[in-house]
Structures are given as structure tokens and as C-alpha cells.
Write a protein that binds this ligand. Structure first.
Ligand code: 0CN
Length: 333
């Protein structure tokens, strides 16, 4: 007769741990830009033209397109007598003037934080005028900022992307030189370029540190912490989103493999083999609903409930253009 023995199960693998970066996803400028398109659709009805993707996110752009937003790259694609929204990344003065000359009704969704770079550039125009760059395709923020520069006084503005560019800068008068930076760059890489500028041109003027916006900084700090405690990082964001790419890159530089994904459908289960902890973050243009989808997919693949890391609270908001603010309708009882 055999007696029942206590069964010894082979030790089951602990469930995959999920950590969420904090902060992640939408920033105040993105929130406002998307609200502007949605409110314009509510108030004026479709079509609402948007110059450039309002933010660099496929899901956001597709959703707004479904509501009647029409995305174009240049104003000549826009018919007369329509409403146009400038994307969160800003536009050059030439684009603004073209819209004015054509009498187009414009709502400017340029990020208030990104605008500082453009304003910085505008402030420099008396002393360091001119526009010049031979790069064929520049990010829209760069296009917008460089295009805020007044060429009438015969100076020059250059796009400097790395230390090599700094070494090659053909500067005539180093005492009349200043810099601004794009808002969504890598903090580490930008610091290197600025150090090189200050070393070669000790008199150069500029921001104390850089013009990288609060949201980019916070998300880069958060992904640093996330990557430290994870074996793999997933960054939710689109391939054309600069700040999202910087998050993936930063994780990889810290030695934690990272993938940039638009949504849960792009997760390859093979990535998780032998991985015990996975970190999730999202670029400033990626909505939280996509992060939720990623968590759901990972749960299906055996992950435990996610744990959110402590992070920096963000309280900043930017106001909507007056005409698009919610109207409070007070009805008489
Ligand atoms: O992804 P975004 O639309 O822009 P980039 O990171 O590509 O510059 O995010 C919003 C940021 C802005 C402006």
C-alpha cells in the first residue's frame, strides 16, 4: 500500500515584476496642444487643419484624424478660409507671416516651454542676426527656432549637433555669439556640446544650463531610476518622437536593453525570456491608455500587478487660447 506523500512542486518562477516610471507620458505642453485640436473640432467642427503632427504620436494623430483633423506639412496644402493649428513643436516666423498674409485663422499649439527657445532666439536677433544651415531635414522645433531669427543684419545662425560641429563652426566674432537648445534633447549629450562651445568660445552667451524643458528632464531622470532596477525597459512612444527615443537610448546607455514601441501589439514575447523585472515608461507625447494596454499585455504574459516608482510630481499647466476655453453656460432655473 502506498501512502500519500506531500507533493514537492518544482519551484514556480516568480511572476514578472513591472515597474512604472514616474513621471512618464503626457506633459503640460502636449496636453494643451491636443486639447486645442479637440476644442477647435468641438467649437468649429471639422475640418480643422493642423500643420505638422500636433505631437509626434501615431495613436494621437490617428484619433484626431478620425475626428476630422487634417494633417499637412506645409501651409500651401491648406485651402483658404479654414482654421489652422500650429503643432506643439512651433513654426518659423515665415510660416506665421504666410498664415497672416493669407488671413488664415490660426490657433498656435506651440508648447509654452518650447517657445522659450524660440523667444530666446528672437531676443538675440538684434545682436546676432542671420539664418544659415545646410542640413536638409531638421526637427520642427529646430526649424521653428532657427526661423525666428532675423536675417536682415547679416549675421548667421548655425545648427550644432555634436562636438565636431562645434570645432568646425566658422565664427567671425566670438564676442558676439549666443546659443539656445532644442527642448527634447539628451541632457548628457547637450551638456557635452555646451561644454565644447564654452571651451572654444568663453564669451558665448546662453541659458545657464540649457533649454531642455522640465518634462524632458523629469522623464530622463525617471528612466534612469527605472533602468537601474529593471532588466528590460519598454518605452511607449512613436519612432519620430525625439524625447521618446532619448529615453530608450538612456536606458541602453545604462546597460538595460530597451525597446521603443507604439503600443502593446509590438511586444514580442521572446523579449521577456529569462527576464524577471521589466520597466515601463512613455515619452511626453504618448497617452497613458497605451501604457495601460502594455500592462494588460504583460499581465497576460504572466506579470504581477505593476509597482509605480516614487517620482517628481508635475503640477505645471498651460492655459488654453481664450476662444477655445470651455464656456460655462449658466442656465436660469
Ligand atoms: O514627441 P513630441 O511630439 O516631440 P519631440 O520629442 O519629437 O520633439 O513630444 C512633445 C514635445 C514637444 C514639443
Amino acid at each position: 500500500m502506498t501512502q500519500d506523500q506531500p507533493t514537492t512542486q518544482p519551484s514556480a518562477r516568480p511572476p514578472l515584476q513591472i515597474k512604472l516610471a514616474n513621471p512618464r507620458g503626457f506633459c503640460a505642453g502636449v496636453d494643451r496642444a491636443i486639447d486645442i485640436v479637440n476644442r477647435a473640432l468641438d467649437v468649429f467642427g471639422p475640418p480643422i487643419y493642423v500643420r505638422h503632427e500636433v505631437v509626434h504620436n501615431r495613436f494621437v494623430v490617428d484619433s484626431l484624424r478620425e475626428r476630422g483633423a487634417v494633417f499637412v506639412e506645409e501651409l500651401h496644402e491648406v485651402p483658404d478660409d479654414v482654421i489652422v493649428i500650429f503643432s506643439a513643436h512651433g513654426v518659423s516666423q515665415a510660416v506665421q507671416q504666410e498664415a497672416e498674409a493669407r488671413g488664415l485663422k490660426v490657433f498656435d499649439a506651440t508648447c509654452r516651454a518650447g517657445d522659450q527657445g524660440a523667444h530666446g532666439s528672437a531676443a538675440l536677433r538684434q545682436a546676432w542676426p542671420g539664418v544659415r544651415s545646410d542640413r536638409p531635414r531638421r526637427p520642427p522645433e529646430v526649424e521653428g527656432t532657427m526661423g525666428r531669427y532675423d536675417t536682415r543684419y547679416g549675421g548667421a545662425i548655425y545648427l550644432v549637433e555634436d562636438e565636431q560641429d562645434v570645432r568646425e563652426l566658422p565664427v567671425r566674432d566670438p564676442s558676439r555669439l549666443a546659443f539656445v537648445t532644442q527642448t527634447t534633447l539628451s541632457m548628457d549629450d547637450t551638456a557635452k556640446v555646451i561644454d565644447a562651445l564654452r571651451e572654444r568660445f568663453p564669451e558665448i552667451q546662453g541659458p545657464r544650463k540649457d533649454d531642455i524643458c522640465y518634462a524632458t528632464q523629469n522623464r530622463q531622470d525617471a528612466v534612469r531610476e527605472l533602468a537601474q532596477g529593471s532588466e528590460l525597459v519598454l518605452v511607449v512612444g512613436s519612432v519620430n518622437s525625439s524625447n521618446s527615443n532619448r529615453l530608450r537610448e538612456l536606458s541602453e546607455r545604462m546597460g538595460t536593453p530597451a525597446y521603443l514601441i507604439d503600443d502593446a501589439s509590438q511586444i514580442d514575447a521572446a523579449w521577456l525570456e529569462g527576464v524577471a523585472s521589466i520597466g515601463i515608461t512613455a515619452g511626453a507625447s504618448a497617452p497613458e491608455v497605451l501604457v495601460k494596454g502594455v500592462i494588460e499585455r504583460l499581465t497576460e504574459l504572466g506579470a504581477a500587478a505593476p509597482e509605480e516608482l516614487d517620482g517628481r510630481a508635475e503640477t505645471i499647466t498651460f492655459s488654453m487660447p481664450r476662444e477655445l476655453r470651455e464656456q460655462v453656460i449658466v442656465s436660469e432655473a
